[in-house]
Design a protein around this ligand. Structure first.
Ligand SMILES: *[C@@H]1O[C@H](CO)[C@@H](O)[C@H](O)[C@H]1NC(C)=O
Ligand SMILES: *[C@@H]1O[C@H](CO)[C@@H](O)[C@H](O)[C@H]1NC(C)=O
Ligand SMILES: *[C@@H]1O[C@H](CO)[C@@H](O)[C@H](O)[C@H]1NC(C)=O
Ligand SMILES: *[C@@H]1O[C@H](CO)[C@@H](O)[C@H](O)[C@H]1NC(C)=O
Ligand SMILES: *[C@@H]1O[C@H](CO)[C@@H](O)[C@H](O)[C@H]1NC(C)=O
Ligand SMILES: *[C@@H]1O[C@H](CO)[C@@H](O)[C@H](O)[C@H]1NC(C)=O
Ligand SMILES: *[C@@H]1O[C@H](CO)[C@@H](O)[C@H](O)[C@H]1NC(C)=O
Length: 739
């Protein structure tokens, strides 16, 4: 491959993403016309080089997946690189907040902005395909990769997927919706069968993919697991001509997860698989198109030439559709050997102040304030609780290993948890070279305004000693999960978490600190719900659930603790004390690949808790602010299949802040829906005393149910209840719609 001069590329990047000369992307018809004419000029070997990866160990491989270039026709090696929170295995990139954190913002603006920034970094590095967003529903809170996606609610996942894809693709990078379908746990993922009834499949697990198609996604990744006993990557019901994707208007190509192919070349190609990655055997599958297997199938007639042409055309049409045939930067990294001294790497820095600002804002906006027992002095300044006022506490203890910079050399997949947890492990991870840990950001901000004592080892006794008698203690604890693979166990957890406990006896450490300090602020970094059995302790005056916030974790936590950013994060899941409150389990032990029957159907997370009358400790959609908001004037207008729900939100407190009003819908009982389902949310920034009219819409599909006999969404008639509130339990306005 010919590399451009560093100077030219550096010049391009210095002038910002908008300086890229992107060919105006065409309609899918235009793109297919171009693709068809290119395919018509190709030999069979050139075609096969495009529909399969080059292999894990090939010397030409630069990315986690690559295709073979057809230079004589101007088609480069297409570069696939893992996200979805930042470029994996690549230097000089931004470590963005995870999917679950951007879900916590309940902000389409930030979901979109993160997508744009991710797209700019992929483009700057010359990677054509962003392997994300992930939209696997958090069926169980311990699911190892759930932090890559947007939580247990299908609507929130759908909006997260939609905005991310629109953002990424707006700068000419292909997004890849993953993992189709129901990749909901790591144990046994290479062959477990997720058995899901048709309605549940459509309303929950497929819904984010439907939104991805509506976002015009260029590619979809089929999953490792089986769905209804058939491997996702040769499941024609999912990926075939009459399968779910195509029936819903999907125009791009289907690529296998890395090694997710089994059986013969013909089985996969004829079922609808358009591309196999990485092109050879990996873990327990893959390589079905390799070693001339696909070529022989075409020569032998079990795969038609027309089908091979269609596979190539879909891949090339997506490349044309995103305008990648013109002005796209050549791949300028080597994920197999990202050594800055490697002459293949240009080490172009795709970081920018704007990207750092996006990562920082989302990290702050995703921190969920769960508890605040504030005491004020005669002058109205906070003496205990939040927001802390710099200089008020003269002695501060900072406690917990989770405040520290982690070991940056603990494996290419971040397979350790020996410092602050800002991203899980596995292919969704990225290098943490630019991570600013909480301890650094806090000490820099506090400066000489207080005496700081630290205990950064997770040792219970040392933690208590450090906290004793201090004006304020800030204690950090975490829980982590990640991807199964050829990877090691991390602290005894194999992908999925073993339980909902904080790691390293974090709950006990928090209690030891609280026993010694009557102004204990707790920060939890976690990939999902954890046990908060300690949260009612009277000496715990503030709690933040900060998720997995990416590299700007330290500055963001300073912002919310000290009120430089008024907290506006909302829980994208419920937090209950026991796993049994979630109604699902992870299958850890099995004699061979298990059948997992999704018998809970539509009842995940808050839907299950509502059905069982379980009160969670902290409910879905919950999060406090340093100000208060008043809701009024609900109005519902419209007619069948198109309603506008309007209401006023007012900042009734003493600080500027952002409310995240939510719309929940209760169907007529006969519809068989959960008691309440999320159907809308908005981000409403308000100055002190200001009001804003918020309008949310309920379209026809939002008030329908999936009907199996007709294979369509069918409207329901009867009385709907519309709930508008600050969380699923904190309902402020109620109205009805009778259809
Ligand atoms: C591309 O080729 C396929 C297969 O021959 C054909 O069905 C399709 O209509 C063509 N598209 C365009 C836009 O020419
Ligand atoms: C999957 O299996 C379930 C249970 O047997 C069945 O209800 C559903 O229709 C199947 N879905 C598909 C797409 O075959
Ligand atoms: C890229 O990262 C390396 C290692 O982190 C660093 O030494 C180098 O200065 C960075 N390059 C640029 C252009 O920022
Ligand atoms: C502490 O704050 C929580 C919510 O932040 C509130 O529910 C509780 O009543 C407060 N307790 C006291 C003693 O003020
Ligand atoms: C709260 O902290 C004080 C020390 O400031 C301690 O004396 C008291 O026992 C603690 N309360 C509890 C319930 O642990
Ligand atoms: C899943 O459902 C199938 C079909 O109803 C049944 O045969 C099987 O025993 C169930 N498996 C489990 C683990 O419950
Ligand atoms: C639904 O109504 C809203 C206003 O209430 C309007 O903006 C929108 O265009 C309507 N949509 C359709 C599909 O009629």
């Amino acid at each position: 491959m010919i590399l451009p001069s560093t100077l030219v590329l550096a010049g391009l990047l210095a002038s910002g993403a908008n300086a890229f000369t992107t060919r105006k992307s065409g309609t899918w018809d235009d793109s297919y016309a171009l693709a068809n004419s290119t395919v018509a000029q190709m030999t069979i070997d050139e075609k096969i080089g495009i529909v399969k990866g080059t292999g894990q160990l090939s010397s030409t491989r630069r990315c986690v997946g690559d295709t073979t270039a057809v230079s004589r026709l101007g088609v480069p090696s297409i570069c696939f690189q893992d996200g979805p929170a930042g470029l994996r295995l690549v230097k000089n990139v931004t470590g963005f907040p995870t999917g679950i954190n951007v879900a916590s913002t309940f902000s389409r603006r930030l979901m979109r902005a993160r997508g744009v920034a991710l797209g700019e970094e992929w483009r700057g590095k010359g990677a054509h395909v962003f392997l994300g967003p992930a939209m696997d529903i958090m069926r169980n809170p311990k699911a190892g990769r759930a932090w890559e996606s947007f939580g247990p609610d299908p609507y929130l996942n759908g909006e997260g997927a939609y905005e991310t894809i629109v953002g990424v693709q707006s700068v000419g990078v292909q997004a890849c919706a993953k993992h189709l379908l129901a990749n909901n746990q790591e144990h046994w993922r290479y062959g477990l069968s997720a058995n899901i009834d048709d309605r549940t499949m459509h309303e929950i697990y497929f819904y984010p993919f439907l939104r991805s198609i509506e976002a015009d996604v260029a590619s979809v990744m089929c999953a490792y697991n089986r769905f209804n006993d058939t491997s996702s990557c040769h499941n024609a019901g999912l990926i075939g001509d009459n399968g779910l994707l195509r029936k819903n208007g999907f125009k791009g190509y289907v690529v296998s997860d890395w090694g997710a192919t089994h059986d013969s070349a013909a089985d996969n190609a004829n079922a609808g698989l358009d591309m196999e990655q990485p092109g050879d055997y990996i873990v327990i599958g893959g390589g079905v198109f390799a070693n001339n297997a696909l070529k022989n199938a075409v020569s032998g007639g079990t795969v038609t030439t027309a089908r091979l042409n269609q596979m190539v055309a879909r891949i090339l049409a997506s490349w044309y559709h995103l305008g990648q045939d013109s002005g796209y930067p050549p791949t300028n990294f080597n994920a197999q050997n990202e050594d800055p001294s490697n002459s293949l790497n240009l080490n172009i820095n795709v970081r920018s102040d704007a990207h750092t600002a996006v990562a920082h804002e989302i990290a702050a906006a995703s921190a969920v304030l769960l508890k605040n027992n504030r005491t004020v002095n005669a002058a109205g300044a906070t003496t205990r609780g939040l927001p802390a006022v710099k200089g008020t506490a003269k002695t501060i203890a900072i406690i917990g290993q989770d405040a520290l910079l982690p070991n940056l050399n603990c494996g290419e997949l971040n397979e350790c948890n020996d410092g602050t947890m800002s991203v899980g492990w596995g292919s969704g991870s990225n290098l943490l070279d630019y991570l600013v840990p909480p301890i650094d950001a806090l000490t820099a901000y506090i400066g000489t305004s207080a005496t700081i004592t630290t205990s950064l080892s997770n040792d219970l006794t040392a933690a208590a000693t450090a906290a004793k008698g201090k004006d304020m203690a800030i204690v950090f604890a975490n829980a982590m999960s990640g991807e199964l693979g050829s990877y090691t166990f991390v602290v005894g957890n194999e992908g999925d978490r073993n339980d909902l406990d904080l790691w390293y006896k974090g709950g006990s450490m928090i209690e030891s600190v609280a026993a010694q300090c009557s102004n204990t602020i707790v920060v939890i970094h976690s990939v999902g719900p954890v046990s908060f059995s300690w949260s009612d302790h009277p000496n715990i005056t503030g709690i933040f659930y900060a998720g997995a916030p990416g590299e700007q974790t330290g500055p963001a936590i300073v912002d919310v603790i000290y009120g430089l950013y008024n907290p506006s994060g909302r829980l994208p899941f419920s937090i209950a004390d026991d796993e049994s409150s979630y109604g699902t389990t992870i299958v850890y032990n099995s004699l061979g690949f298990p059948d997992i029957n999704y018998t809970e159907k539509l009842l995940l997370d808050y839907r299950y808790m509502d059905a069982q009358s379980i009160t969670p400790r902290f409910e879905f959609g919950f999060g406090l602010s340093y100000t208060t908001f008043a809701y009024s004037s609900l109005s519902i207008t419209g007619s069948s299949g198109n309603y506008t729900i309007s209401f006023q939100v007012k900042n009734s407190g003493a600080l500027a802040g952002t409310e995240k009003p939510q719309l929940y819908l209760a169907y007529p009982a006969a519809a068989g829906e959960p008691k309440k389902v999320l159907r809308g949310f908005e981000e409403v920034p308000l100055a002190v005393g200001a009001s804003q009219l918020v309008s949310l819409t309920l379209d026809k599909r939002a008030m329908s149910v999936w009907d199996t006999p007709s294979q369509s969404y069918v409207p329901v008639s009867g009385t709907f209840t519309v709930y508008v509130g600050a969380s699923i339990k904190d309902i402020r306005l109620t109205g009805t719609i009778v259809i």
